[in-house]
Design a protein around this ligand. Structure first.
Ligand code: GTP
Ligand code: MG
Length: 378
């Protein structure tokens, strides 16, 4: 997600005050009657500083997409990554500052205009002091938005039109290896759990159908409440995007987890998400088979008698070696048969890009709050 560069309070004030000075210098050279000049200069200084600071705040408020209009997947993603409520609070604080500065601009330009010329300069200083105090009050909000910018920079770009297959399974079972095999994506593969920390997307086309394959971080067989941010990323993807789940079970158990726990996770996922599931029994190249069979080129289900308990409970499965590319063509033909699930949250992203004028428009600002002393921790 594109969030504009977020200034620090000092940067914001520096820029405003520098531009204020410039405008004042310009006014000094203009032809204004002498008795009005000092007032005019200070009025212009205050107005310019306020305008510059407000413009910057408005630019940020306008450019950050309105979270509520984003597809639910993004909303949840943002919530897990930075926290939607915190983000709204930070934007609310910027909006508050915008309102106060608008008011200060009006108040002080009036006061300077009505003041005695020798008072103009001290009124301007007073105005600057108040502007600085307002801007400094939103320091933690600016900091937070800067943190948000850094964290959402790599937010995945989802194609909401494409049929979406989500690859899930325990850590280290070969999910990313599979994504590499069947798409153009090149996620990191390593021989340790939790290599993949955020979702990875690969694309392919089959029978003119756009298919998007999402590789997720490994999940453990444990309650959702115990999951960390990395695992929640996988769950949110399953919830909002999966038209089918390709669940990988590492039959070699070299991932470090027994088949039984892997299978039990698949049941849990099936229970939570009512989406069709294809089981991919992976790493057959190193799975335990009897000696005689190991020498054969082709593998038959008879070689995996020890999996019978599981196989009799499921109807859609394949034996594969993601590493050696065995069984991949069967997966690809399965992909072609997956039907897209129509979800009401698959809004067009273009539409969601319309900026949040309504939410952060100064007109909506409550007049009662136009006092920086009323600022509560938002
Ligand atoms: N022998 C063999 N090794 C495999 C196979 N598939 C994956 N591996 C290996 O298993 C290890 C883990 O593979 P990854 O693709 O990173 O597994 P992952 O499920 O994405 O793991 P996380 O991202 O950590 O959850 C790597 O060392 C792979 O080379 C396979 O079919 N056969
Ligand atoms: Mg991985």
């Amino acid at each position: 997600m594109m969030i504009p560069t977020i200034p620090t309070p000092d940067e914001l004030l520096d820029k405003g005050f520098r531009r204020g000075k410039k405008a004042a210098d310009l006014a000094r050279t203009s032809k204004i009657p002498r008795h009005l000049k000092s007032k005019r200069i200070e009025e212009i200084r205050v107005i310019t500083a306020c305008q510059v600071i407000k413009d910057r705040l408005k630019m940020i408020l306008d450019r950050v997409p309105n979270i509520e209009t984003l597809p639910e997947f993004y909303q949840d993603y943002i919530d897990i990554t930075v926290g939607v409520d915190d983000m709204k609070k930070a934007l609310g604080a910027l909006n508050w500052a915008y309102g106060i500065i608008t008011q200060l601009e009006k108040d002080y330009s009036n006061r300077i205009r009505r003041s005695a010329p020798e008072k103009a300069s001290s009124l301007q200083k007073q105005a600057y002091g108040r502007i600085a105090s307002v801007v400094n009050k939103i320091k933690k909000d600016l900091d937070f938005l800067d943190f948000t910018k850094a964290n959402l920079r790599n937010m995945p770009t989802i194609d909401f039109e494409a049929t979406t297959i989500v690859i899930a399974g325990f850590p280290n079972v070969g999910k990313s290896t599979l994504l590499r095999q069947i798409t153009d994506a090149s996620p990191e593969v390593a021989n340790y759990p939790f290599t993949t920390k955020r979702i990875q997307i690969g694309h392919l086309e089959k029978n003119w159908k756009k298919i998007q394959i999402i590789d997720t971080p490994g999940l453990l067989d444990r309650p959702i409440l115990d999951m960390n941010e990395i695992e929640l990323n996988a769950m949110v993807t399953l919830e909002h995007l999966a038209d089918a789940i390709f669940f990988i079970i590492d039959v070699s158990e070299t991932c470090g987890f027994p088949i039984e726990s892997q299978y039990s996770l698949s049941e849990e996922i099936q229970r939570i998400f009512n989406v069709s599931m294809v089981y991919l029994f992976n790493k057959i190249d190193i799975a335990q088979m009897n000696k005689e069979n190991q020498e054969k080129n082709s593998i038959s289900e008879d070689d995996f008698i020890y999996l019978d308990n599981y196989l009799e409970k499921i109807d859609d499965y394949l034996f594969i070696s993601a590493y050696e590319g065995k069984g991949i063509e069967n997966i690809v033909s399965k992909l072609a048969n997956i039907k897209k699930i129509e979800r009401d949250n698959n809004e067009d992203i273009e539409e969601n890009d319309n900026y949040n004028e309504d939410n952060y428009n100064e007109d909506n600002y409550n007049e009662d709050n136009y006092n920086e002393d009323n600022y509560h921790e938002m």
